[in-house]
Design a protein around this ligand. Structure first.
Ligand SMILES: Cc1ncc(COP(=O)(O)O)c(C=O)c1O
Length: 397
């Protein structure tokens, strides 16, 4: 079996976690490893403040609270993402305002995102760096200059990537990274907030630990808080991984390069497109797309046709069938794969809550009907990648 993903754990990670178990005098939470982990992110991002938490979702939730988003506020975000980014406004009683994605990068369409902000109801943006590819947050902020709409960067998939030399997660009011075992680095479960905003930091530090004051007593609570703390065991694992981040990113870069070579020129398969302004790509996943029907999709996008929506539905079904057949072929050959992503607005409860339907965000829907994530992890071997490529070619030819 070639797995879809997996963490890269070495003796270093094992020894650091062992150190917590052996030498911590019972300090398994709120201790020196957490501080070291947070410091490693201050060093890496150059941000003043960092707050490690138990997941990327918790990181986004705390930021949404800190922003004061709530009832009737609209938050501009992508329907093509892991669901947590769109759920974040819902956690606090706000509403995600979706904008369709760019057909090449799969990130939010820049101009549509700007346009979506021309509304008094919009109180923020959650910009997702999909599959590790950073968005142009600095450009977005420039375009919104007079609007004072804060941009939160969901860089949960993009630790280490850079847009025009600037690290993903560092250009907005706050950024987040996540550490589930399929990510560039892992803490088992975990996430972190990075920011230069002191007020936001102070809220997040307090709310992560039951609303306690930073210098206050254990049973004194200043505000409504949660237990989103990261344990010392998780933090120690994270410290070891951060010390190896350059090596990890380099290996992943090489693996992505090999896929480009091995999969180059296969008819009907589109490989990841990285924007020219991405000065460094930190690879999270390697997602290919069925592009056999792209011409039909371009025709559809061009204009009004009779019975347009039914034709589009047919196109989606066709693409999805090809994609699913390829996935079955890969699974039958013990190759892990997943359809990344199913459009969020077409998830059951979003349809029920908001009445979304096919045709609302056509680029997302078309891309979502054809994408497949193929095995990708730090130590994937050339042999494994050759095998994956061969099975894809066998299917297409
Ligand atoms: C874009 C994005 N946002 C948020 C999250 C949430 O992170 P977590 O799974 O750690 O809660 C993820 C995780 O996969 C993600 O990919």
């Amino acid at each position: 079996m070639i797995p879809l993903s997996g963490p890269d754990i070495t003796e270093k990670e094992i020894s650091y976690v062992n150190d917590v178990l052996k030498n911590s005098n019972g300090i398994l939470s709120i201790g020196p490893w957490l501080e070291r982990f947070e410091e490693s992110f201050r060093q890496f991002t150059g941000k003043k403040y960092t707050v490690a938490v138990n997941s990327g979702t918790s990181a986004l939730f705390l930021i949404a609270n800190a922003m004061g988003w709530g009832n009737k506020d609209e938050i501009v975000t992508s329907p093509f993402s892991f669901i947590a980014s769109a759920n974040t406004p819902l956690f606090v009683g706000a509403t995600p305002k979706f904008v369709d994605i760019d057909f090449n990068t799969y990130n939010m369409d820049f101009n549509k995102a700007v346009k979506a902000c021309y509304s008094k109801k919009v109180k923020g943006i959650i910009a997702v760096d999909v599959f590790g590819q950073p968005m142009d947050i600095t450009g977005l902020k420039k375009s919104l200059k007079d609007k004072k709409i804060p941009v939160v960067e969901d860089s949960c998939e993009a630790l280490g990537s850079e847009y025009r030399g600037r690290k993903a997660g560092t250009a907005g009011i706050a950024g987040t990274y996540a550490f589930y075992p399929n990510k560039q680095i892992t803490t088992g479960e975990g996430g972190i907030i990075v920011t230069d905003n002191r007020k936001l930091y102070e809220y997040c530090i307090s709310a992560r630990s039951q609303g306690r004051a930073v210098t206050g007593l254990w049973l004194e609570h200043e505000r409504l808080g949660y237990n989103f703390r990261m344990s010392e065991l998780n933090a120690a694992l994270g410290v070891a991984q951060m010390e190896r981040l350059d090596e990890i990113m380099e290996k992943r870069n090489r693996a992505a390069g090999r896929y480009y070579e091995l999969l180059n020129g296969i008819n009907g398969i589109k490989l990841p497109h990285i924007d020219k302004n991405v000065t460094f790509m930190s690879w999270f996943v390697y997602v290919i797309r069925i592009s056999k029907y792209d011409n039909e999709f371009e025709e559809f996008r061009k204009g009004i046709q009779p019975d347009k929506i039914n034709k589009f539905k047919k196109l989606l079904r066709k693409t999805e069938k090809t994609r699913n057949d390829l996935m079955k072929h890969l699974s039958d050959h013990q190759i892990g794969c997943k359809p990344y992503f199913t459009p969020i607005h077409l998830q059951k409860f979003y349809k029920k809550m908001f009445g979304y339907k096919i045709g609302d965000y056509p680029v997302t829907e078309y891309v979502g009907s054809g994408t497949i994530s193929i095995p990708f992890f730090t130590n994937i071997t050339i042999k494994q990648q050759r095998n994956v490529a061969k099975k894809i070619k066998d299917f297409i030819q």
